[in-house]
Design a protein around this ligand. Structure first.
Ligand code: FAD
Length: 444
């Protein structure tokens, strides 16, 4: 049996990042990454295949990222943790000294009657499947997207770019409600409507009808939406079969149980990304936050820790961003509702100003920032930014401030650099102004 220093199962965000970090951190070159896909997708780019990019082949995760790690195409069907080996579907056995599981997640398949009809699609991260979806879309005109989370919203927006008639069905009161404050949800919905997407919130898909092929989606209120293609994007379920079959403990949100060093309950085996359990930065409770940014962070942590615990996972806060048309929506940490549910007494600050200065600069757009603080300790709990394309990076600054527990005063006064082409004016810098707003409200 061939034995390798590090074997990584899964070659997407978490697995590739772990391979990259193991090389940098330990100068390790005897690494094997195993995945079934000949070409792996960039998961976050999947919706953009259908509008902006136009082809599956423009959304390939480059294997050059793997550096000196060897790529093995295959599916691991079992782990023998006593012999330190994994077995592939063709019975090939590969030995490991250390093993990282990055087996990701699969789309949730809701028990909607009619889900098995022809032209009902889930969002799988496999290039052949996504290519087949592209071909199916070429022959479709009316599409229903079930689920108004960020995947559903992005698909709706991108499919609209191809000229399809699109309806989004979301059972909650708002699209994006699980991750954004209400104001941002409404902005996203308005942006979708402005682009001609029909948004039906507070309603559930009860059944999918048609003679073999989908012809309509029936909603809970009895209405029917005629369509010739349905996309379902209502979340993911961690892919933990391998881990569970080999005796690893599974956590309450159905991820592989890991400690703060990404170690599973079996010695020498780590888990990262969508397949691994996540714990909240705020209270260490399990949370179902499955994002590529989390997967890569955990990939780095696990790779650094393979020989001894070095890097600690401080927990997940959830950092999301998306775009509808030209409206960028970004949110880091807790929404106000989530913060209140966790028992925080909150104070929020807001600021809006042009993204460049003066506001007459080319491409200057109004950018709005909202920050939510713990009134007692002053620490930043969450924040949101919209509506310019720079919102994504502002959001990442907020995430850094949250995990460093920066206070209202510290955010209001932290040093900034400004330039007319690049940022807001120092006299109207949205992040520090939103913190000042909160500070004044808290003092009142
Ligand atoms: C449409 C869409 C858009 C998204 N957009 C964003 C975004 O904008 N930002 C963001 O942060 N997140 C986004 N996400 C979430 C993100 O895609 C996931 O969090 C991320 O892919 C998780 O990476 P992973 O490596 O843990 O797992 P996955 O990407 O699920 O990859 C798992 C890998 O393991 C392989 N594998 C599984 N089982 C085996 C086995 N037995 N043997 C060998 N290999 C195996 C799979 O084939 C795959 O290669 C999006 C998700 C989707 C579906």
């Amino acid at each position: 049996m061939e034995k390798h220093e590090l074997v990584i199962v899964g070659g997407s965000a978490g697995g590739v990042q772990a391979a990259m970090c193991a090389q940098k951190h330990h100068d390790l070159t005897d690494i094997v990454v195993i995945r079934p896909e000949v070409k792996a997708m960039i998961p976050c780019g999947i919706p953009y295949i259908y509008g902006t990019l136009g082809e599956v082949d423009k959304n390939i995760l480059p294997d050059t990222l793997l550096g000196e790690a060897k790529l093995k195409i295959g599916e691991v069907v079992s782990i023998n943790s006593k012999q330190n080996s994994v077995t592939l579907e063709n019975n090939e056995v590969i030995g490991y000294n250390k093993l990282i599981l990055a087996t990701g997640s699969n789309p949730v398949q809701p028990p909607i009657p009619g889900i098995d009809k022809n032209n009902v699609w889930l969002i799988r991260k496999h290039p052949d499947y996504l290519q087949a979806l592209a071909s199916a879309m070429d022959n479709a005109s009316h599409i229903v997207v079930i689920g108004g989370g960020f995947i559903g919203v992005e698909f709706a927006d991108e499919c609209r770019k191809r000229g399809h008639d699109i309806t989004v069905v979301e059972q909650l009161e708002h699209c994006l409600q699980l991750v954004c404050n209400e104001e941002l949800c409404v902005r996203a919905e308005d942006a979708l409507k402005d682009r001609g997407v029909k948004v039906l919130t507070g309603n559930t898909a009860k059944s999918i009808g048609g003679d073999g092929k989908v012809e309509f989606v029936e909603l809970n209120d009895g209405s029917k939406i005629e369509c010739d293609l349905v996309i379902i994007g209502i979340g993911v379920v961690p892919n933990t079969k391998l881990a569970a079959d080999s005796g690893m403990e599974i956590g309450p949100t159905r991820g592989i149980k890991v400690d703060e060093f990404q170690r599973t309950t079996i010695s020498g085996i780590f888990a990262v990304g969508d397949c691994a359990e996540k714990y909240s930065f705020y209270n260490n409770e399990p949370v179902a936050l499955r994002l590529a940014s989390e997967a890569t962070r955990e990939g780095k942590i696990a790779a650094a820790n393979i020989y001894q615990p070095q890097w600690r996972n401080i927990g997940a806060i959830g950092v999301f961003s998306t775009v509808v048309g030209k409206t960028a929506i970004a949110m880091a940490g807790l929404t106000d509702t989530q913060a209140e549910k966790l028992g925080y007494d909150i104070v929020t600050g807001e600021a809006q100003a042009a993204s460049k200065h003066p506001g007459t600069m080319p491409d200057a757009e109004p950018m709005r920032v909202s920050l939510t603080f713990n009134r007692r300790s002053g620490a930043l709990l969450g924040g949101s930014a919209c509506c310019t394309m720079t919102a994504g990076e502002v959001n990442n600054i907020m995430a850094a401030a949250i995990v460093n527990r920066m206070t209202m005063e510290q955010v209001a006064l932290f040093p900034i650099g400004t330039h007319p082409f690049l940022t807001a004016s120092p006299l109207a810098y949205q992040l520090s102004d939103a913190a000042s707003d909160a500070l004044h409200k808290a003092k009142r």
